[in-house]
Design a protein around this ligand. Sequence first.
Ligand code: AP5
Length: 228
Amino acid sequence: MDGTTTAQTAANLVLLGPPGAGKGTQARKLEEGFGLIQLSTGDLLRAAVAAGTEAGKAAKAVMERGDLVSDDIVIAILRDRLGEPDCANGVIFDGFPRTAAQAEALDALMAEAGSSITSAISLEVDDAAMVDRISGRFTCAGCGEGYHDSFKQPAKDGVCDNCGSSEFNRRADDNAETVAQRLKAYHAQTAPLIAYYGERGVLKGVDAMAQIDTVSESLTAIVQEALA
Ligand code: AP5
């Protein structure tokens, strides 16, 4: 992030929530609505795995198990992406931070750039519903738009609403066994960050069991307030 160009009014949001809470779905909507940059460490790690980088090789088996990739690897990947100029307009952190060490590293990186986290939003959901959400999920191979077998189907069967592609992907770690491990990792290592951001006075909670558009309205209101 270029500290000389960061607007004081830029919104920098952290989306907290277990797998399937809707972090990616909502981050994409906020990106479109406000010109913020979605920064997903899951996407960055999957790209590193696909590219066969050293970080990707180290992360692959860990991700397939549903465990967290080491802080060193994730923070290095995040730091590189955050250093790109577009991030000065405001960032939605999707899936980062996930540990106390990552949260502290993020605070330090933001401070170096003369910026800060404006809101940390906890997407509140029932764990029991998350396996259904994740096992029904698929993504457009062309543009990354997310869909769901029951909750969000393309308007025309087999064709992406956004870019017209007819190719879709399902993630390797979206199976019941791995999802159970990902939920366990969330509660052990990431849920404590709700208190971390609460102590800093930037925490907001949103009912993310509501319909996608209803959740989006709540998040939009939070961003508008941050930018006011
Ligand atoms: P990551 O890619 O971050 O996955 P995740 O946190 O497990 O989250 P998901 O992408 O599964 O869920 P989401 O909350 O984005 O839900 P979505 O919007 O897609 O991480 C994957 C792995 O990478 C980790 O397990 C770890 O190994 C590693 N990793 C990543 N970051 C790391 C870090 N910082 N440190 C260490 N390791 C890291 O929604 C799910 C489905 O539900 C979709 O089909 C959607 O259409 C539907 N849906 C969404 N909202 C609603 C709603 N309100 N009602 C009905 N359906 C909905």
